[in-house]
Design a protein around this ligand. Sequence first.
Ligand code: ADP
Ligand code: GLC
Length: 485
Amino acid sequence: MKVLFVASEAYPLIKTGGLGDVAGSLPPALQDLGHDVRLLLPAYRDVLERVRGRIQTRARLGLQDGPVAVLETTLPGTSLPVWLVDAPAWFDRPGNPYLDPQGRPWPDNAQRFAGLARTAVAIAQDRAGLQWRPDLVHTNDWQTGLIPALLSLENDRPRQIFTIHNLAYQGLFPMETFRELGLPVFLQSMHGLEFHGQLSFIKGGLVFADHITTVSPTYAREIQTPEYGCGLEGVLQARSRDLSGILNGIDTETWNPATDPHLPCRYDAHSLERRGKNKGRLQRDCGLHVTDRPTLVGMVGRLVEQKGIDVVLEALPRLLQWPLQFVILGSGEHRYEAALEALAARHRHRMAVHIGYDEGLAHRIEGAADVFLMPSRFEPCGLNQMYSLRYGAVPVVRATGGLADTVVDATPDHTIAGTADGFTFTPLSVEAVLHALDRAHCSRRSRSLWRGLQRTGMAQDFSWARSAREYSALYARLLGRSEAA
Ligand code: ADP
Ligand code: GLC
């Protein structure tokens, strides 16, 4: 099957969050299954710097809003062909793909991602001069939402899947933008791209794609309810027959405690005692007391409301009276960054906070922490809890979205059945976080129970091969083929 996979970020070329991980892993995993996959990305300045010397121009297009070149390279470390939409006015700028240096959305985001969409449509309809026509176009999140909408206007178009990685980000713009972009009037209705008087990019995917997926089965159900639907629950309910959840995988080579170059001491499920050395090193490096007794709690991620960081901040004054230590790595909203730093300054030997983005430290936290905390308000999939399971850092998570689908609570029944691998809670409250961390801390006293939780987590299969097989079966179904490849 020929698949055009379109995303606004892909690791290792450019990444701001889990979408980057997925777009860097799923296309090569689909290729391994025998599909002919091309990844289409914007040619951001950082991407061009990373692929310098291994790039060639494949096509030049005259779009209605300016000229665009399509450059070709491969995803580093793979043979996956990558096409880059080279339009310097839109993408040749420093830093984050979506935000300016002050953290505000780039003022021309609508134009930039409309340009990505028009290029994708030209390629999908084989009008770009690439002599390649996909059977299926797989788009991801609001930045690619105009693609299904624009393709719906074409006769004889490829089938389309739109994947929701996070419904909270919708790509909303004032209605004037609709005219500025020169979008067909037909799309400007509540049955099209209009959402409460605004232009919604994500609706393009939700309304016009042949099938919608999201990144966990639980989130697929949750987003059809007012609590999680971000105002789009009605649209999603109307499409419920075409909506399904496929759990993300993780890159099991990059995230392998037995070979991880970032860890001071590597280990596997049979040498878990070696993690103690990593814990000691991390404690020393972070200025915490070096002792095995306290339960070391790790957190890595964006410091935004989604991740429940406000609840953690409220719980921390009490948690810091307990025999716990915290290492928190993240960046995000300034108010959370500042509050965490202020608290850490008052509790230097119990709590360390690193504001910023640091791959190496993220790995060292997974390889050292006893417990990994994710009290997310909502979590479409979440990758860190899967890294934690693989690294024997027992996850303590709120049972929502992908967290509910990947972590099995250590109830007596699950523990006896040998399926427990973490601790889950449901209410998003300080009390629930305290209770779950208390359960985890107390469970550490029983070495056999703790090792059981760690080993059960480490034995799970979170490889991309599993997810890719599910996508492949879905592609085949949409194309009415029995053979996947
Ligand atoms: P989301 O996409 O909502 O941010 P995910 O759990 O799906 O959440 O993915 C986040 C990804 O970004 C993971 O690979 C995680 O390790 C990484 N990450 C997030 N923040 C940081 C950080 N400050 N330093 C290093 N890695 C980070
Ligand atoms: C989003 C979600 C996260 C998910 C990731 C990749 O950013 O917040 O839960 O894991 O996309 O699908």
